[in-house]
Design a protein around this ligand. Structure first.
Ligand SMILES: Cc1ncc(COP(=O)(O)O)c(C=O)c1O
Length: 441
């Protein structure tokens, strides 16, 4: 059984969660407590967190003995849910044999096998792989690749796009100006943002924005999420990626597809861009890759990556824990399960059925849109971010864990395990209908 219905025995957050949350807020960055306070003020709902004790499949138990259904699964990283058997066993066995090799000097067998496997995902021979620990690491490698390959530092990125918060990707992060503003002086001015088109938007208008941004001639990369994830589960119109491919071909910029959220099954494909018939020069994967273990990858065509070898003999991009053997072993095990269980196809079918059920369960309840692809599901609410926060809190009280996202914070963002039982997903629909906070007009 990899998923059971919620069982709440102590109103969340229970006393042990409250105690641990208070102790943590006293010692961690004050940013997180400040965010909770501002969210509490905006939503009128307390935002004290629960504290996780254990997880199995689609369920999480908190330290007060409550069982939840986790519809976020580690921001989408736990593609097989919590403590998945194959990757967990592989990582632990590897850790007992060899915990750390010597990075780019002396590698492990696990790293070698993973790089081979990832290179084979690129649809052209000669692809090269750079491993990292986080999605932001993969994006950093991609951005460095683009300037090495083209000699051009400029980047075209999208409003609403999220690529991670270390400096390189942060500079290209159009999700929230508040993330960039305090660090603006450290980020440079090489990124031009253009609007990300939603389902009904005009592709010609989007093309015009992109072409204008490329016209300056200094752009080495067009950086795009095939579906906006954190930006609100926005699915662009058909032909969007193909249009970007053509614009890159005309300008000489690399097309970098950030598949950290969409990739490796979640959007119903190993790579959303490839499923749409578009070959990016560089693909970035993260999240699902390690099934919860920290590993990410930047995979580039032979042509795009050649510049790293032409650099003159220094290993100019590496880190101590890149390619750590346990995470590589977990990733290999995840890729096996992805293939063997046909998880991408399952995500497509289960996601379509789930969105249909959610739509009918919430009709007339102030839900503006239920959208997504595969098991990326966004439920956009009327009433703004405050209502979304209040609704997510009511869901927590009922034992369902969800996040809010989107530029205005008004989208409930659902990224369940790709193998979550469908009856569990379906059971969320009445729970959501019950939890939807009243719409104050
Ligand atoms: C599309 C996308 N790219 C990159 C990242 C950054 O990944 P990480 O948080 O592992 O650095 C995220 C994280 O949510 C993401 O959604």
């Amino acid at each position: 059984m990899n998923g059971e219905l919620p069982c709440i025995v102590a109103t969340p957050p229970g006393p042990r969660s409250r105690e641990l949350a208070a102790r943590l807020s006293a010692v961690e960055s004050p940013a997180f407590d400040a965010r909770r306070q501002s969210r509490a003020a905006a939503s009128g709902e307390e935002q004290t967190p629960i504290v996780y004790a254990s997880g199995a499949g689609s369920n999480v138990h908190d330290v007060d003995g409550n069982r939840y259904v986790d519809l976020t699964c580690g921001f989408g990283a736990l593609a097989l849910g919590h403590a998945p058997a194959g990757p967990t066993k592989a990582a632990l066995a590897q850790a007992e044999r060899l915990t750390l090799a010597l990075g780019d000097v002396y590698a492990s067998e696990a790293k070698t096998l993973l790089c081979e496997r990832l290179a084979s995902l690129y649809p052209e021979p000669g692809a090269r792989v750079m491993l990292g620990l986080s999605g932001a690491d993969a994006l950093t490698a991609a951005l460095k690749t683009s300037v090495l390959a083209t000699g051009k530092p400029g980047v075209v990125a999208f409003e609403g796009g999220y690529h991670g918060l270390s400096h390189g990707p942060l500079a290209a992060c159009g999700y929230s100006e508040a993330f960039r503003a305090p660090f603006a002086a450290q980020l440079g001015d090489h990124v031009r943002f253009v609007p990300y088109p939603g389902a009904g938007d005009d592709l010609d208008a989007c093309k015009l924005h992109v072409t204008r941004a490329l016209a300056a001639g200094d752009v080495g990369a067009v950086l795009v999420e095939p579906v906006l994830g954190r930006g609100g589960c926005v699915v662009p119109p058909a032909g969007f990626l193909a249009m970007l491919r053509a614009a890159c071909d005309a300008s000489g910029a690399l097309l970098v597809c950030d598949e950290v959220w969409t990739g490796l099954g979640r959007s119903g494909a190993v790579a959303r861009s490839l499923a749409e018939g578009v070959r990016a020069d560089v693909l970035c994967f993260g999240k699902a890759l390690g099934a919860g273990w920290p590993v990410s990858a930047c995979i580039g065509s032979a042509r795009a990556m050649a510049a790293w070898g032409a650099h003159g003999g220094s290993a100019i991009h590496t880190a101590t824990h890149f390619g750590a053997p346990p995470a590589c072993a977990a990733a290999l095990a995840y890729l096996d399960v992805l293939d063997a269980q046909g998880l991408a196809a399952r995500a497509t079918a289960a996601g379509e059925r789930w969105r249909a059920t959610l739509r009918s369960a919430t009709a007339d309840l102030g839900v503006r849109d239920v959208r997504g692809v595969g098991l990326i599901v966004g439920v956009e609410l009327d009433g703004g971010g405050a209502r979304a926060l209040a609704t997510s809190r009511r869901l927590l009280a009922a034992g369902w864990i969800v996040l809010t996202g989107g530029a205005r914070g008004d989208v409930l963002t659902l990224t369940p395990a790709l193998d979550a039982p469908e009856d569990l997903l379906q059971a969320f629909a009445p729970a959501l209908a019950d939890a939807l906070a009243p719409l104050v007009s």
